[in-house]
Design a protein around this ligand. Structure first.
Ligand SMILES: *Cc1c(COP(=O)(O)O)cnc(C)c1O
Length: 217
């Protein structure tokens, strides 16, 4: 099946309120263009340099999402154009996004990353710490940042019950914080292997790579 066929098949399976981020990291621009020609406009990358190179040569109506772990010293490269930063996992990173947002005269949309997985290798806030940290007063310290919701990654496991519990805990943190931040509208959870489950647990943004573009090397 072609990239366009796989993309369209996935899109058709998604409920209308769910945004598809086509995760194109490591893939050549010709592959991205195939998805673009099939109507895709939201792409996810995990390296600032690679995303910036693609942004500069590809059509300007693409929305670029940074989905990977972002080093503070890389924020300046993506600040002029990035549409959404998913992996904001520490307050120092928000400080830098605020600074670069101000410099570029932009308000940069972000999601806070919550650590829901068992593995210690995945980044993100501890759920309880985030709930006590993310007060209205705290987030007002970043006028050039618009927090829109949360992002999380489940443990890499075939144990569906565990994945489900992890998604449920993220949804619960989201609901607690949305009670304070009424404008939050985005819960980014779900990848190629688990997006259907994520949607059933309340996700409205899925990040799908290999099921569209094929396996990465
Ligand atoms: C690579 C990546 C994805 C996509 O993974 P697939 O399994 O290829 O769909 C989603 N989210 C993040 C944060 C990623 O790094």
């Amino acid at each position: 099946m072609s990239i366009a066929d796989r993309l369209l098949r996935i899109k058709q399976s998604l409920p209308q309120q769910v945004t598809l981020v086509a995760v194109s990291k490591t893939k050549p621009e010709t592959d991205l263009m195939e998805a673009y020609e099939a109507g895709q406009r939201v792409f996810g990358e995990n390296k600032a340099q690679e995303m910036t190179a693609k942004w500069s040569s590809m059509p300007k109506d693409i929305q670029w999402h940074m989905i990977g772990h972002l080093q503070s010293n890389k924020v300046k490269y993506i600040a002029p154009y990035v549409a959404l930063i998913h992996g904001v996992d520490r307050s120092e990173l928000l400080d830098e996004i605020e600074k670069q947002g101000a410099k570029n005269n932009r308000i940069i949309s972000c999601l806070l990353q919550v650590h829901i997985a068992e593995e210690s290798t995945k980044f993100g806030w501890n759920p309880q710490e985030l709930v006590s940290w993310a007060t209205q007063e705290q987030l007002e310290k970043y006028p050039h940042v618009r927090i829109q919701g949360l992002m999380g990654m489940a443990t890499f496991t075939s144990d569906e019950h565990q994945i489900k519990q992890e998604f449920a805990s993220l949804k619960s943190v989201f609901d607690q914080l949305k009670a304070i931040h009424a404008h939050w509208d985005t819960l980014s959870m779900g990848m190629s292997q688990d997006y259907a489950l994520a949607i059933s647990m309340g996700s409205n943004m899925v990040r799908i790579g290999s099921s569209i573009f094929g396996e990465r090397n």
